[in-house]
Design a protein around this ligand. Structure first.
Ligand SMILES: [Zn+2]
Ligand SMILES: [Zn+2]
Length: 250
């Protein structure tokens, strides 16, 4: 049995956001909303109500034959595991050395850690674990921070891509075209910046490549509330959807 769960779906900061927008303010995900003044805009006001606009830092859980693998592990990881009623993971794969992706590693010391900074993984070299094959591939994201996406192959032959931080899709067609689903960078809607390729630019390419199923996660603040974002992306390319915390993927 294999089950995928989106444990978190925000970019570097969760939703709703604080006015100070300091990484430190968000370290205690259960208490910051009471202790810091929050944004008053449509996206954050929707997030205050909860449901699909309330987002924690991006993480994907893969449950397979009693094992648990996490792709990325940000500051919210213990809260996310508790909320999803999941145990501590057996293994963690890290896309890159930015705190929204790897801050939680220190809480999960017993898990097998696969990351480039720990030198336990190298782009282009697949890892076989619990019957699952995970290939890290190089993506462009930030200067001085080597970053990968993952092509994950399950025993039934199905494949997914997890690439939440990328400033370009150059050279990635060969990975994307293999995937039944691609979980990708939803940081920015229209104008690429800060190491992230805008959603509209990505969609043009995914449509051209005829990707079977695209799911935006790692959602940032310069986007739209969930329902509007969903309509927006589906209008550009119908095989597209927007992730939310707690979403399960068949
Ligand atoms: Zn806001
Ligand atoms: Zn990053």
């Amino acid at each position: 049995m294999t089950k995928l769960t989106v444990l978190g779906s925000s970019s570097i900061f969760p939703f709703p956001r604080t006015q100070s927008n300091l990484f430190e303010d968000y370290l205690d995900i259960e208490h910051y909303q009471k202790n810091f003044p929050l944004h008053d805009d449509s996206l954050c006001n929707e997030a205050k109500k909860g449901e699909k606009n309330r987002r924690t830092r991006s993480c994907l859980a893969i449950q397979h034959n009693g094992y648990l693998i996490l792709l990325d592990s940000g500051p919210d990881i213990l809260y996310q595991l508790r909320r999803a009623k999941l145990p501590k993971p057996d293994a963690i794969f890290i896309t890159h050395n930015h705190p929204d992706a790897n801050y939680g590693v220190k809480y999960l010391a017993n898990a097998l850690l696969y990351s480039e900074s720990a030198k336990t993984m190298r782009a282009g070299h697949p890892v076989n674990l619990f019957g699952i094959k995970i290939l890290p591939f190089r993506v462009h994201h930030a200067r001085n921070t080597p970053t990968v996406g993952f092509l994950v192959r399950f025993p039934n032959g199905k494949k997914i891509i997890y690439a939440t931080d990328m400033s370009s899709l150059g050279g990635l067609k060969k990975y994307f075209q293999q995937a039944n689903m691609a979980l990708v960078d939803g940081s920015i809607l229209k104008r690429s910046f800060g190491g992230h390729l805008a959603i509209i630019s990505q969609l043009k390419t995914y449509k051209k490549w005829r990707i079977k199923s695209v799911l935006f996660t790692h959602i940032g603040h310069s986007t739209l509330p969930y329902k509007e974002l969903r309509v927006f992306v589906k209008n550009k390319y119908k095989n597209t959807d927007v992730a939310y915390d707690g979403m399960t993927i068949k």
